[in-house]
Design a protein around this ligand. Structure first.
Ligand code: PEP
Ligand code: MN
Length: 267
């Protein structure tokens, strides 16, 4: 008779904290009116962060590039008015200090995944402030490369880094990118960093966003990124994937129910 093989119990890789943070907001900051409308909705839902693009990494140089410093001013003012923390992408080492002066969190976009001089500069600029750095995975970056490069940011002393999975390139063309949901437990197993799932950029279409958001929570994500625009058909970037404030409200209500089942709350 064969002896029973004793396997170690499977640890729960999903449970980090009882809070799931949502980083919601428009793809691009387009005007004070546009941004404030989303800020009002987010604050009314009792959430804590708003995102928005000031410097946009556009594939085509003739597409809208973002309002730059004007957008940072709009974000700061909305953050103060509505009591929200602000998150925006920094694309250029020369802008790190400027961006850090206006917002609470700095985002590294997928297209700068291996821009090591930018990662180092962000680490230097946030060394004392310990501002949150949301570091997105590149389209073709492995998790090992991602974790290794995170040290470029943290080597200066700021370990307040959130790793954001936003979809990778595969043969599949039905979605804009393929969401690697397994990145959540893999990163939880290999590091102490919180994992954010950006559900908008892999979806590419707003009707897929709720399913991906629920999957992210079920997989144990620490935070979600969701793009929200007051009038998506006229958005200057990523219109098809952005939710309206009404759709976002409905989704947050559903996500709150799901989070409660797991003993978590959405903030
Ligand atoms: C964004 O967050 O709007 C963005 C450009 O994301 P990514 O770098 O993941 O494409
Ligand atoms: Mn976008």
């Amino acid at each position: 008779m064969s002896e029973e093989v004793k396997l170690a119990p499977i640890p729960d890789l999903g449970q980090r904290t009882d809070e799931i943070t949502i980083y919601a907001g428009p793809c691009s900051v387009e005007s004070a009116e546009q941004f404030n409308e989303v800020a009002e909705c987010i604050a009314d839902l009792g959430l804590t962060w708003i995102r928005g693009g000031a410097f946009k990494p556009r594939t085509n140089p003739h597409s809208f590039q973002g309002l730059g410093e004007e957008a940072l001013k709009i974000m700061k003012s909305a953050g103060d008015t509505y009591g929200l923390k602000t998150l925006t992408e920094v694309m250029d080492s020369a802008h790190c200090q400027l961006v850090a002066d206006y917002v609470d969190g700095l985002q590294v976009g997928a297209r700068n995944f291996q821009n090591f001089s930018l990662l180092k500069k962000i680490g230097e600029v946030t060394a004392d402030s310990h501002q949150m750095v949301l570091y997105k995975r590149g389209f073709a970056g492995t998790i090992a490369e991602w974790l290794a490069a995170t040290d470029y940011i943290t080597d200066h002393g700021n370990t307040n880094v959130v790793l954001c999975e936003r979809g990778i390139r595969t043969f599949e063309a039905a979605t804009r990118f393929t969401l690697d949901i397994a990145a959540v437990p893999v990163i939880h197993k290999q590091s102490l960093y919180p994992v954010c799932i950006d559900v908008s950029h892999p979806a590419g279409q707003r009707d897929l966003v709720p399913s991906l958001a629920k999957a992210a929570i079920a997989a144990g994500a620490d935070s979600l990124m969701i793009e929200v625009h007051p009038n998506p058909p006229v958005a200057l970037s990523d219109g098809p994937q952005q939710l309206t404030p009404a759709q976002f409200r409905e989704l947050v209500a559903e996500l709150r129910e799901l989070a409660a089942v797991l003993g978590k709350k959405i903030v």
